[in-house]
Design a protein around this ligand. Structure first.
Ligand code: SF4
Length: 493
């Protein structure tokens, strides 16, 4: 049908305006040439102005045929299985916090707060990204990684075109809302990074893809490549993996923290320069609009939660660092004696670290306050905020009608929104039990730590911290089946 219309129009135009200059009109994206209306308009205009027009209809590449996914050959399918499986251990992805609108003729968009690969955004939505590795070949031999050089696993790699096409096809079918691209290190960091950039560049420039892209930056990659990647990706991340250099050297002798911190600083500098450019030129292209993130593995080495949180706190001092992810160590390489003999990943510990991270970012807690030097690990039974309140009964009860915003924020059972509403509404009336409940305060928790009008129960000063702890954890402990060994490091004999 298309070929026929191309021939007819071409013949017609050649006959009519044989000697006239030919204006070339290229229909840019393949899906547009189905529009007969568009073709008709071009023809009518050209007849009206007696202008020659040559319509170049790009032939649709085989991989963009509708049936591509259906007929995807076994080799591609196999690659997809292997590389999606290899990518699943990387958790450094979540809501992006970036907005990228669609442009005329473009494909898709990125809605603010949209996140990654069946993870939950801050507003509770579940979103999906195409989480994939470019290759699982790797020249390194990190003890904690399933893709390490010495593991006997099936290895494969996508070509740049294959991965670009798969992403577009999945997006068109609404399977995904963006891409999370990672990779093992082929040949050297720059070689790998260059291929990854070609994928995201093709998506943005050739396919005009506006969906969310989170790309890993390979540790040790050069400044120029990190900068180029930042022009196409919404978020870049470089994984620290192990919080201290000493333990990183133990498990990944070929890596060091310097190779991670350098790309981080390139991203940070790039963001600052981009902010200046944006001030001067309104339409200056954005550089990693969703900032950078990183990941630390928890439980593979002997670092305490206090050490982990102090590394996070140091990273958060850079405004470009949006998230630090904590990945409970998944025991994939049981045979390696450098690793602890965990049966299950330390998920409760991982969860407590995320809560502590939240306290540092939104509740004005410092890393030193969340844990104590005598007890450097987080209490697995209670959340870190409740743990801090139980260790500091002298700070409570807080008078809801008079206390500072920061102190209200530190009260268990009161979140950021509730604290803001308390401060706003107490200007109009004295707040009591029912008003706080309406605001959304979790009174079951907060009742021991606050005073207000008509509060029926006693506070932490009347009851002892041990009583409050028991009252607040008993039910949860009955429900939860926890692994008591989550903080232990059982290295094989
Ligand atoms: S460099 Fe990355 S992919 Fe390669 S072994 Fe280490 S953690 Fe795994």
């Amino acid at each position: 049908m298309i070929e026929l219309s191309e021939i007819l129009i071409g013949r017609f135009l050649r006959k009519k305006w044989k000697k006239q200059s030919v204006q070339k009109t290229i229909i840019r994206s393949p899906e547009n040439y189905f529009s007969t209306i568009k073709l008709s308009i071009y023809v009518i205009i050209s007849i009206y102005y007696k202008n020659g027009i040559q319509i170049l209809i790009p032939r649709k590449p085989a991989y963009l045929q509708k049936s591509y996914l259906r007929n995807m050959n076994d080799a591609t399918l196999q690659k997809l299985k292997i590389l999606a499986e290899s990518a699943k251990y990387d958790v450094s992805c979540a809501s992006s916090g970036t907005v990228r609108g669609n442009k005329s003729g473009g494909l898709g968009n990125t809605v603010g707060g949209m996140g990654i690969c069946h993870s939950f955004t801050e507003d509770g939505r579940c979103v999906a990204l195409f989480k994939i590795m470019l290759t699982n070949h790797c020249i390194y031999d990190c003890a904690y990684c399933v893709n390490r050089r010495s593991n006997d696993i099936p290895r494969t790699a996508f070509t740049v075109d294959e991965l670009t096409t798969l992403t577009i096809e999945f997006y068109r079918r609404n399977y995904i809302e963006g891409l999370f691209l990672s990779s093992g290190v082929m040949q050297n960091p720059d070689y790998t990074m260059e291929r990854m950039i070609r994928v995201v560049k093709n998506l943005r420039v050739i396919h005009r893809f506006n969906g969310y892209i989170h790309m890993k930056s390979i540790p040790g990659a050069s400044r120029e490549l990190v900068r180029e990647a930042g022009m196409y990706a919404d978020r870049l991340s470089v994984n620290i993996e192990i919080p201290t250099e000493e333990n990183l050297k133990l498990l990944a002798p070929e890596k060091d923290h310097q190779s991670v911190f350098k790309p981080m600083s390139y991203i940070h500098q790039g963001m600052i320069e981009n902010m200046e450019e944006q001030k001067k030129y309104r339409h200056a292209p954005r550089f990693v609009p969703a900032g950078q993130s990183t990941q630390m593995i928890v439980g593979a080495t002997s670092e305490t939660d206090r050490e982990i949180l102090s590394v996070s706190s140091m990273l958060y001092r850079q405004p470009s660092m949006k998230r630090v992810y904590y990945s409970g160590y998944v025991p994939v390489n049981h045979f390696d004696e450098r690793l602890p003999a965990l049966q299950v990943p330390p998920l409760v510990r991982e969860n407590r670290l995320y809560q502590a991270d939240w306290l540092m970012r939104f509740y004005y807690f410092s890393a030193d306050e969340i844990t104590e030097s005598e007890r450097p690990n987080l209490d697995l039974d209670v959340d870190p905020k409740l743990g801090w309140a139980l260790r500091h009964p002298e700070k409570f009860p807080v008078d809801i009608n008079k206390a500072d915003y920061e102190m209200i924020l530190r009260t268990p059972g009161i979140g950021v929104k509730s604290a803001q509403m308390i401060v706003a509404s107490r200007q109009h009336t004295k707040l009591g039990y029912w008003e706080l409940k309406k605001i959304g305060v979790v009174m079951k928790r907060a009742q021991y730590f606050i005073t207000c009008n008509e509060l029926p129960t006693f506070t932490i000063q009347e009851a002892r911290p041990e009583y409050v702890r028991k009252a607040l954890t008993q039910k949860a402990n009955d429900k939860k089946r926890k692994n008591p060994d989550q903080l232990l490091l059982n290295f094989p004999e």
